[in-house]
Ligand binder design. Structure first.
Ligand SMILES: Nc1ncnc2c1ncn2[C@@H]1O[C@H](COP(=O)(O)OP(=O)(O)OP(=O)(O)O)[C@@H](O)[C@H]1O
Ligand SMILES: [Mg+2]
Length: 309
């Protein structure tokens, strides 16, 4: 079974709760508080576990919130490796306003890290035996924008597959200089990189240009409730979203990435993996708050969508 390593350079403790109305000045009383270990790479690892798999998880961890994060991760059947940093792990907070069904998400920028704190991560990736290295999330402050590019090079040199889900300057660096296996921008992230808006019909060709440039073998652009587009040098596939009751889209992108990688690691085709990613994304939309997907939902949605293709 191919080995998967998830990388979370800017993890978080994700807290979500409900409030009838979110108000300024006055206290907003909340209930149904839930907390999960979060941040891109950690969400991917959690979904892989939910799907019945296991993986290695490397993350930066500092302060008392880092200790809490490590304690929250302990029960998961994964191999964890925390890299100690000085600054504390961030705490992200989401409030679901029940009167409007709107969600307010507060996401701190997180710790400032030094080169010396990042160096052991590079060493660990260099000696890793993983077949898939999945990096997801923003870079912490202080990490150079080409951090993922450098990691992708190390992974490619080792003959393994680098998968990236990030935004902004780190995504731009990766799409310009990298040799990734798979990169997953959302439509907004891809448009921000290109500096122009794209119609859904234009996404495939625009993504394919980057597959042909060698930036990545596959580029999956996710369109939220409108589905996703997968482009490689010689193929473009566009799939509508699987229709589900919408509760909270938090983590849909990470679930999509986890579903795709997990399916590929099981030996499935890229087409089936793409559909499985969609099923994992849709299953996450069905659950409330920061809860991710449930295995049965993912499998049911995958079967339903495959029957419809
Ligand atoms: N409303 C929805 N209904 C069904 N499926 C959805 C919906 N929203 C998202 N998905 C599924 O999840 C995938 C990823 O969603 P999305 O494009 O919102 O990711 P994202 O913007 O990266 O999200 P994140 O907030 O996790 O970063 C979509 O391609 C789709 O398959
Ligand atoms: Mg995303």
């Amino acid at each position: 079974m191919p080995k998967i390593l998830c990388l979370a350079l800017n993890p978080a403790i994700d807290i979500s709760s409900d409030a009838e109305v979110v108000r300024h000045t006055h206290k907003t009383r909340t209930h149904n508080q839930q907390q999960f270990p979060g941040g891109g790479g950690i969400n991917v690892a959690r979904v892989i576990v939910t799907l019945g798999g296991t993986c290695e998880l490397m993350f930066l961890s500092g302060g008392a919130t880092g200790e809490l994060l490590e304690a929250m991760l302990k029960p998961l059947p994964i191999v964890e490796r925390a890299f100690t940093i000085h600054d504390p792990v961030r705490v992200a907070f989401a409030v679901h306003e029940t009167s409007t069904n709107l969600e307010y998400r507060f996401v701190p920028e997180g710790p400032l890290v030094s080169d010396a704190e990042l160096a052991p991560v590079f060493e660990a990736i260099e000696t890793s035996e993983a077949d898939y290295v999945v990096a997801s999330g923003s870079l912490p402050r202080g990490a150079p924008d080409d951090t993922y590019v450098r990691l992708a090079e190390i992974v490619a040199k080792a003959g393994a597959r680098f998968v990236l889900d990030t935004s902004g300057a780190p995504l731009a660096e990766a799409l310009s200089k990298s040799k990734m296996f798979l990169v997953k921008p959302s439509l907004g992230e891809f448009e921000a990189f290109l500096g122009r808006k794209l119609s859904h019909d234009e996404v495939g060709a625009a993504a394919q240009a980057y597959a042909r440039s060698g930036a990545a073998r596959y580029i999956a652009v996710t369109l939220g409730g409108d589905g996703a587009v997968l482009a490689s040098a010689d193929q473009i596939i566009r799939l509508p979203a699987i229709e589900v009751p919408v509760n909270s889209a938090t983590g849909a992108g990470d679930s999509f990435v986890a579903g795709m990688v997990w399916s590929l690691a099981q030996g499935n085709t890229i087409e089936d993996a793409f559909l499985f990613g969609q099923a994992a994304g849709a299953a996450t939309v069905m659950t409330a708050g920061t809860e991710l997907c449930r295995r049965q939902d993912v499998n049911d949605l995958f079967e339903r969508a495959r029957a419809a293709v």
